[in-house]
Design a protein around this ligand. Sequence first.
Ligand SMILES: [Zn+2]
Ligand SMILES: [Zn+2]
Length: 274
Amino acid sequence: MLTDYHLHLRPDGSDTTPEEFFTAANVERYLDAARGAGVEELGVSEHVYRFHQALDVWRHPFWVEQATDDLDAYCEFVRSTPLRLGVEADFIPGAEDRIRNLLEERDFDYVVGSVHFVGDVAVDHPDYDAWGTGGDPDRVWRAFFGFMAEAARSGLFDILAHPDLVKVWGADRPRPERDPRFYYEPLVEAIAESGIAVEVSTAGLRKPVGELYPSRAFAEMCVEAGASFALSSDAHAPEHVGYEYGRAVELLEELGVGEISVFESRQRRLEPLG
Ligand SMILES: [Zn+2]
Ligand SMILES: [Zn+2]
């Protein structure tokens, strides 16, 4: 079985409206693309910060600018389609209770947990660049993987998104000199303890880094730690559904992973991969 759980019906940017993208016709485009890519199960996970309810969780200027939609209208719309209902929720340290309330009040099939921001700066947003203020790469990487470990341990999420997103810029940002496994280690430990599913995402192939998330070394450590995996493209347009899935499946098969996580009503089961 192949699944694609981390996708967005609406592209990033402020010049789009829910009326334009949360439509049956747009969902049909994603379902068509999924059929073409051999993906049996599709779920949508819009960014939580696009909904005004997220401002109860965090009021970063980026969120204030982005939070225009209604989360319940989104849930209702997705429930009227064949898509699984998910959401991509950022982990904000100190806001765990508020995040939990927001998530538990709704009947998601799964929640994708992300770290984009480390404090007030982001690892993947040039306007709030984590490296912009002379941030040294060792500090940025430690902070990112530390936040990710906390996210895994929080128990708030079912799937840990783009586990090594901090590499997104590739050669365009300085990288620490140490072996990256030094940074992965605390996160892999948290993954093993929490049992959260690790996302293998082909989105990194479309970014400057040009690699899958996570790296092979990270995936190997997860396999050794007994982690389970989920598959996604992080599509922001129909043509991204199942994008380069051959690469993701090949990595998992090479590491001896034969099953992927499937979610319904926040319950996980494992299905044969492929
Ligand atoms: Zn993300
Ligand atoms: Zn995403």
